[in-house]
Write a protein that binds this ligand. Sequence first.
Ligand SMILES: Cc1cc2nc3c(=O)[nH]c(=O)nc-3n(C[C@H](O)[C@H](O)[C@H](O)COP(=O)(O)OP(=O)(O)OC[C@H]3O[C@@H](n4cnc5c(N)ncnc54)[C@H](O)[C@@H]3O)c2cc1C
Length: 379
Amino acid sequence: MDFALTEEQRLIRETARDVADGFIAPRAAEADHLRKFPEEQMRKLAELGFCGILVPESLGGAGLGNLELTLVVEEVNRACASTGVTLSVHNSLCSGPILRFGSESQKKRYLPRLARGEIWGAYALSEPGSGSDAAALACRAVRKGDRYFLTGTKRFITTGGRAGVIVLMARTDTSHKQKGISTFLVEPAFKGFSVGRKDEKMGIRGSETVDLVLEDCEVPAENRLGDEGQGFTIAMNTLDGGRIGIAAQAIGISQACLDSSIKYAKERHQFGQPIADFQAIQWKLADMAAAIHAARLLMWRAAWLRDRGEPHTTEAAMAKLVASQAANRIAKDAVQVFGGAGYTCEFPVERFFRDARITELYEGTTEVQRLVIARSLLK
Ligand SMILES: Cc1cc2nc3c(=O)[nH]c(=O)nc-3n(C[C@H](O)[C@H](O)[C@H](O)COP(=O)(O)OP(=O)(O)OC[C@H]3O[C@@H](n4cnc5c(N)ncnc54)[C@H](O)[C@@H]3O)c2cc1C
């Protein structure tokens, strides 16, 4: 399985695995039960350079690529999906587009602080009236002199209430759907910005999900990311990377399910033998392992293509589709392997089951990934 990784990449994965096992996993149940934002966990990851994976070394980052990002995000998600999504959004949905589309001064202003973990990053595309149909967003941006005034509500924003910078999409032109959208770098201190309701969730409860309310929010024109009208392109390019991150999340959760299931199946005895001796259990474990390997290869390939600057929209959608569906099957089977114990909070598989569910929903639902893949087949 590791044939594609260099020595350096294996070392990065080992480092991520150590911090995931030693620091993040022991705090995962608490983050979930208390709905506690994984602040300490994110600080620890920042110390290791994992909050600036894509950021060049000249700007204080690790200067690595998307493949390395998947290695870290998978390991962190194996321990805690709340920390995992916070990390993925920070790197791929916030630092990523600033790096790809930002001016030199925008990069210098935000990327070093994001890389050091002094500020957290967020990405705001969804709205109450636009989810899958993201280009239908209604949040309005009107330019007056050297400022834009933004009005509207952004919905379901991960880390939205704690972020120091938010990559936010708003409409600068009402006469075009996709081409009427622009992207802005919004700071919480900007006049007219406030955080709205916070969502109570089924899973990833330690991550924060909030509404952002913009009431004539004043954004300096220099904080527009890219050109006017380029916002939808930026949003979709960013999601190509983000979807690889959600595949990594799904694979991390799946691996955690498999590891826990193997351990439990060897320890739990029924009918005078370990349940691991029953073929019904063995087949579940075998199917889990095969699905994880297949999804991981798809994910690595999509990340590799992105790093090479080659087209990867379809591959990223395939990786997310396959990995997220596998995670939901695997988490269901893990609860089954544990029997009644799997339904209790004594073991983490009930958390894995709840956490896996989101991977089929955000950054494009399963149905949307299929639309993306089918479009490329039928064009
Ligand atoms: C915990 C959480 C965190 C999130 N974080 C962020 C974030 O940080 N930033 C951000 O911008 N957004 C975020 N989101 C929003 C997320 O990306 C959207 O929820 C997602 O894109 C789906 O949109 P929707 O919820 O409006 O569902 P809808 O678009 O209303 O879809 C409802 C159902 O209809 C189906 N459907 C819709 N259109 C089609 C179609 N054309 N063909 C077939 N089926 C279709 C969908 O697949 C789904 O099953 C988050 C959401 C959650 C729950």
